[in-house]
Design a protein around this ligand. Structure first.
Ligand code: R5P
Length: 315
């Protein structure tokens, strides 16, 4: 395609969209959003997108359902305006954890979102660190599933003195955490979680691997309420770690997560800007690294028809 890509921003994360556009040397495409008194949304594409390669940058954050509906209307409006190809760039995928029927009678909503995106007219998806690999398979359109592990790794390299160890929050996370450990060149330990009695909630029991006297770095795909990472942090400290910090790609930080982090043994939490961090959730212990460079690299490659294999997640 001879023209540069067109970057269009939804309402959820304009800062990320603007930084991606600036990396690509283009301006964010003009779109007007209106919300009527009956809460209906109107999207008007004011940019000439005829036959152009368009990338819609939208992430899932509150108000989640509104952002999702806006994405669908935006994609539909771009197709109506004659866009050549529309790629949905969704760094944090909507309903990512609703990826299986974990009890009878529930919707696999991540699959429904895939169907809705394709119906709206998205011809490609660029996603990052999806909660589970099966989400990729929910799509009939091409999906580029990339990982921000190297971006997080870059922020954590060698600024902690002494011996370090990467800790996976459970067996399921061991593969990803293992790649992270490999990237940083440090050993891996894995938390063994067990259900106690009739309790539905699996509790960290012990760790396979050695954390004693080491600086532990807990790795997870997302931090929501903080329960998983903070329980893991308390366990590694009980088992004699010298200090504990954590890294998660998606900083959902819902409910009382930030308060709980402030009251915990966690020395530092590193997250990416896949989700905007509101002022009220900022804290000196929470460091945010940007994925704008990673996404703009992926968008540039998709636009040119180049491979993104080296950025791909192997989840
Ligand atoms: C679970 O499978 C995920 O990898 C995360 O551990 C989970 O989403 C974190 O949620 P929370 O912070 O609420 O424990």
């Amino acid at each position: 395609m001879s023209h540069p890509p067109v970057i269009i921003s939804g309402s959820s994360h304009p800062t990320l969209a603007a930084t991606i556009a600036s990396h690509l040397g283009v301006a964010v495409g003009r779109v007007r959003f209106n919300r009527f008194s009956n809460e209906n949304v109107k999207v008007c594409v004011e940019e000439n997108v005829r036959d152009r390669d368009v990338f819609v940058v939208q992430t899932s954050c509150p108000p989640v359902n509104e952002s999702l509906m806006e994405t669908l209307i935006l994609v539909d409006a771009l197709r109506s305006a004659g866009a050549g190809r529309v790629t949905a760039v969704l760094p944090y995928y909507p309903y990512v954890r609703s990826d299986k029927q974990d009890e009878p009678g529930v919707s696999i909503t991540a699959r429904l979102v895939a169907d809705l995106l394709a119906t709206a007219g998205a011809q490609r998806l660029l996603a990052m660190d999806l909660h589970s690999p099966q989400i990729h398979g929910f799509f009939r359109i091409p999906v580029d599933h990339i990982t921000a592990i190297s971006v997080l790794g870059g922020a954590l390299v060698a600024d902690t003195p002494g011996e370090r160890v990467v800790v996976a929050t459970d067996i399921g996370e061991a593969k990803d955490a293992g790649r992270f450990a490999h990237e940083l060149g440090i050993p891996l330990a894995v938390i063994d979680k067990r259900r106690v009695g009739d309790d539905e909630h699996a509790v960290p029991q012990t760790i396979v691997g050695d954390v004693r006297g080491r600086h532990a770095l807990i790795v997870d795909d997302e931090i929501a309420t903080g329960g998983t990472i903070l329980e893991a942090a308390e366990l590694v400290m009980r088992l004699g770690a010298a200090s504990v910090e954590a890294a998660a790609v998606h900083g959902v930080l819902s409910g009382r997560a930030v308060e709980r982090i402030r009251a915990s043994s966690l020395r530092r939490l590193v997250i990416t800007d896949s989700i905007p961090l509101p002022e009220a959730k900022r804290d000196p212990r929470i460091a945010v690294v940007t994925i704008a460079g990673l996404l703009s690299d992926a968008i540039g490659r998709i636009h040119r028809g180049d491979s993104v294999a080296h950025l791909a997640s192997r989840r």
